[in-house]
Design a protein around this ligand. Structure first.
Ligand code: 5GP
Ligand code: ZN
Length: 113
């Protein structure tokens, strides 16, 4: 599969790693929209986007959300951060390997969408 994030997991494309364990990987976004912009992904490409989350595969998503506070603390953004996932064309999803953007390090715009 020609997937940029799978290539990052495999080490075929370098990334600035923030966190890694058996199930998930977090790395700095190549085009950050804020001083802190981390992308968090399941290592296994079992979901293209949030629309594919089911009761059977959601444990890795829970694991991502359990890890987000640790990454936020390590990045010093406990004051406030935003977690975003884009699903599908209308949302501007550009990589079809489910991922969550962890954004912070500045006062974020109050409105989303
Ligand atoms: P999406 O637009 O699908 O929600 O988010 C994809 C994100 O992946 C974008 O913010 C984009 O900057 C980031 N991205 C795309 N290719 C690479 C890459 O090769 N390395 C890193 N670190 N980030 C990437
Ligand atoms: Zn992938």
């Amino acid at each position: 599969m020609d997937c940029i994030f799978c290539k990052i997991v495999n080490g075929d494309i370098p990334s600035s790693k923030v966190y890694e364990d058996d199930l998930i990987l977090a790395f700095n976004d190549i085009q950050p929209v804020a001083p802190v912009h981390v992308v968090i992904i399941p290592k296994a490409h079992t979901m293209n986007g949030a629309a594919d989350i089911t009761a059977e595969n959601s444990s890795v998503i829970a694991h991502i959300f359990e890890t987000i506070p640790k990454i936020a603390k390590e990045k010093g953004i406990e004051n406030g951060f935003r977690v975003v996932t884009n699903n599908g064309t209308d949302a501007g999803q550009s990589v079809n390997h489910i991922h969550f953007h962890l954004i912070g390090g500045k006062v974020l715009e109050a409105k989303i969408g």
